[in-house]
Design a binder for this molecule. Structure first.
Ligand code: NAD
Length: 269
């Protein structure tokens, strides 16, 4: 028996799935013990390393998540909301730490994770990078320190495939600013401006989305007052930052009490 945790990656063929497999196999703190894809996917039955175009890794891609989870200590899951809900129940059954990077979950879907969290550790975050989670904390602090003379605007940029705006991360930053200021984001959010909008409303928080090329993800939080401005900025240049954060969460969750956690807990921010 080894003390190095065994990890299953779901959505193994996806952009994040492949990045996670590389990150885990490059790490000496974790072992890849399973790779899951949806039924009917042409990677099923193939060695995951070979399917990725590299050397065999000794792990066969399966569409039987429970069988894979039974051999693991953690599941890292960047797939889709319905799949993530199914994996949460199975990971709890196998007593695996479930790291959820999947975004776009509805409030009902998030609430439906609760029964699983009574039996296992769930770590869920819309952004797994150290830098963005630190930026969220900084945004809250700066917003709490400044009054409404400082107009807050969140500006984000992403690749041209992105289908939603503002990004989940931009909304996390807006929530942090609103929390720091002690206001409800829903009441003060201005999402994009176009046409004769009238003067900017004092106390509002603006959101702006840029889309183009292969931009991985950039976020600025601007605090602008007469005579000065502060800009907090995060620039992601490589998806590996999300995979590294997810692996850190999987290792952190070992031995923790069942419940729901986020990256702020993992990073001790
Ligand atoms: P992708 O489309 O490249 O990959 C998703 C994979 O999940 C696909 O391979 C798909 O076949 C697989 N999948 C779907 N349903 C499945 C099922 N039932 N069983 C097994 N596999 C299934 O997408 P991506 O770019 O890798 O992103 C995946 C998710 O992660 C998205 O929700 C994205 O927004 C999110 N994401 C989160 C972070 C973060 O830091 N939290 C960072 C990047 C992406």
């Amino acid at each position: 028996m080894t003390h190095i945790p065994g990890i299953v990656v779901t959505g193994a063929s996806g952009r994040m799935g492949q990045m996670l497999i590389k990150t885990i196999t490059d790490s000496d703190q974790a072992r890849l013990v399973g790779a899951v894809e949806r039924t009917g996917h042409d990677w099923i039955g193939q060695d995951v390393g070979t399917a990725m175009g590299g050397q065999p890794l000794g792990v066969t891609v399966t569409d039987d998540p429970l069988e894979a989870f039974a051999q693991a200590q953690a599941v890292i899951d960047f797939t889709a909301p319905e799949a993530t809900l199914e994996f949460a129940a199975l990971a709890a059954q196998a007593r695996c730490v479930h790291v959820i990077g999947t975004t776009g979950m509805s409030d009902e879907q998030i609430a439906a994770l609760e029964p699983a969290a009574r039996h296992a550790v769930i770590v869920r975050a819309g952004n797994m990078s150290l830098g963005v989670n630190l930026l969220v904390q900084l945004t809250k602090k700066v917003a709490a320190a400044l009054d409404e003379d400082f107009d807050i605007e969140v500006i984000e940029a992403h690749h041209h495939h992105k289908v939603d705006a503002p990004s989940g991360t931009a909304l996390m930053l807006g929530e942090a600013a609103a929390e720091g200021r002690g206001v409800n984001l829903a009441e003060v959010a201005d999402r994009g401006r176009d046409g004769i909008t009238g003067a900017r409303q004092r106390g509002h928080i603006g959101f702006h989305a840029i889309r183009g090329g292969d931009i991985v993800g950039e976020h600025d939080v601007l605090f602008a007052a007469p005579g000065e401005r502060i800009v907090l900025r995060h620039v992601a240049t490589d998806r590996a930052i999300f995979a590294r954060g997810a692996l850190k969460a999987a290792l952190w969750g070992q031995g923790k009490a069942p419940g729901q956690y986020d990256m702020v807990d993992v990073l001790g921010l």
